[in-house]
Each structure stands twice: as C-alpha cells, then as structure tokens.
Ligand binder design. Structure first.
Ligand SMILES: [Zn+2]
Length: 166
C-alpha cells in the first residue's frame, strides 16, 4: 500500500526559515566538515573494496519503488528528488539534507517539502497482488525497513560522491 505522504511548509516558495532550521543546518555543516576531515585522512579504498561496499548495499531501488518530492533547501532553492515510496516524508534519517544543484551549498538541509507522485508505475505483477491485512496498519518493523531503504539510498549517493572525489 502507498504511504500517506506528508507535506511541510507549503507553499514552498513562501517558506520562512525558523530557528530550528538554522540549528539543523549548522549541525549538518559541522558533521559534514568532520566527515570530510576524516575522509581526507583515511587511506584510499581499493576498487575491490568499493565493489564489496556496493554489493553490501544491494541493487539500486527500481524506479517504481521511488516517490518524487519537491524540496525546499536551506539556501532557498526548490529542487526535485526521489525517496523510497514507503517513506511518508523525504527527510528521514540521514536523508534530511542534499547538495543544492543550483548554488552548490553542501550540505543543505531540507526545510520544506511536498509530494509529487511516483517515479514510475509498478510492474503488472506487483499491481495485481492483493494487499494483505498487515499492510493496512504497518507494524513498527515495517516502517523501520522503509527507513533503512531510504538510508541505503542516501549512503549509495554519498558513496558515489566520495568516489568521485577520490
Ligand atoms: Zn541552493
């Protein structure tokens, strides 16, 4: 079943930053700088190790399992991004920030968002499957799996970004 997609701070164009947004951005920058310092110090990964990490993360999420979102970032730019369609909001866990493709601010925390729609229609065999009773009220472990998928996507993106820098 589809998640109940949330929205926050709409209309995105009129959103005013809050003190909480400034605090989250400050924290995200500090974490980012800490990671960058340690990445510089860390020994370079071999191709073999990158491949192991890629296998550990598993195959990329198929398009029909992704939901499109319009996000307003800390810098004020509004971008489109995808997340696991099981996540009711696009800013869970480590997915709460992005690199702004407009101004290059990195990281830029997500301050407001609205759902757009699925990236692609599910394949017929997935569509015809009857929803089971358990999907009506997802248990806690199901939700946490959705969060894991979302974090997996974010890790993959960070991994690719790090590799580009290496
Ligand atoms: Zn920007």
């Amino acid at each position: 079943m589809e998640a109940e997609y949330l929205r926050h701070g709409v209309p995105l164009a009129d959103y005013q930053l809050t003190w909480a947004d400034h605090g989250r951005q400050h924290e995200a920058v500090q974490v980012h700088e800490w990671v960058q310092r340690h990445v510089v110090q860390a020994p370079r990964w071999s191709d073999e190790r990158w491949e192991q990490m890629r296998q550990f993360l598993g195959p990329p999420t198929p398009a029909w399992e992704l939901q499109r979102w319009r996000l307003r970032l800390y810098c004020g730019h509004v971008i489109e991004a995808t997340r696991s369609r099981k996540s009711p909001r696009p800013d869970g866990g480590i997915c709460d920030k992005a690199r702004c493709p407009e101004c290059g601010l990195d990281p830029a925390v997500i301050v407001a968002f609205e759902p757009l729609g699925p990236v692609a229609d599910p394949p017929p065999e997935k569509r015809s499957r009857k929803p089971s009773r358990s999907t009506r009220a997802p248990p806690a472990d199901r939700r946490s799996k959705a969060e894991l998928v979302a974090e997996n996507e974010a890790l993959r993106a960070e991994l690719d970004a790090l590799r580009d820098q290496a």
